[in-house]
Ligand binder design. Sequence first.
Ligand code: COA
Length: 258
Amino acid sequence: MGDSATFRLDGHVATITYNRPDALNAINAEMRRDLNDAFSRFRDDEDAWVAIVTGAGRAFCAGADLRQGAGSAGEFPGTFWEKPTLNSFESGWEIFKPVIAAVNGYCLGYGLTLASWCDFVLASDRAEFGLPEVRLGVPAIVASIRLPQRLNWADAMELLLTGERITADRAKAMGLVWRVVPHETLLDEANALAQRLLGGGPLAQRAMKEMAMRTRPMTMLEAIRFGETMRQVAGATQDAAEGFRAAAEERPPRWTGR
Ligand code: COA
């Protein structure tokens, strides 16, 4: 793994950082690989339960690297039409652990695509959001699919069809941003949220997030059956036994993720 995206684990909290600050964290081929590596590591590391993704310097991510042109696509196979991949940074990995975007500045193009996959978008009051693709004459793919699921139609279309940047407050009013916080407090707030999330059983959280994501296209009956199955699986874990034991003993549970 290179260093254009970094992965750090503190306790059970992973921090993934876009790390090309001189280019406002624009995504080139190397960063694309590094980000995929970082998120794969988060998915696979048994000790990583919650992730925070943020940007080094004054931007979260200014989107595709425009200087390297087609280089931003790189050799990453997911960009080739015959190999669509769900498990890539822009499409959204099949990761059911909670992910927080701590948006510290410009959040454009691919950056916004990533933020719109996160469970919580915590924004600095300096953050700006936008999808400049239409101004480059190309469609944004995943944002066109995801934003109408997450926002009101007209709000999604405002972002997709104008290509204009909006403030953190406007993004909050749209429901894209969960909370806007003073810039200096952004990472503290993200870490405080991560700690709150660690209070819940990690396997129960993953089961619920997977249910929330997978049941969308299902009928109610299929969704309930899937949920019942997940409940059986997650209910048979050591953590579920610990949760009930701790409740009976009136003490906080000690989760192990097993
Ligand atoms: N690709 C490559 N380099 C980029 C970049 C991008 N998407 N966005 C910014 N940079 C570089 C700039 O070229 C500049 O480099 P330099 O200092 O070597 O000249 C540096 O980052 C700072 O950018 P700058 O434009 O000077 O900062 P700003 O605060 O005036 O403006 C933006 C910030 C984000 C509004 C502006 O850089 C911008 O519009 N970037 C392009 C966004 C975009 O269209 N992305 C593609 C999405 S699909």
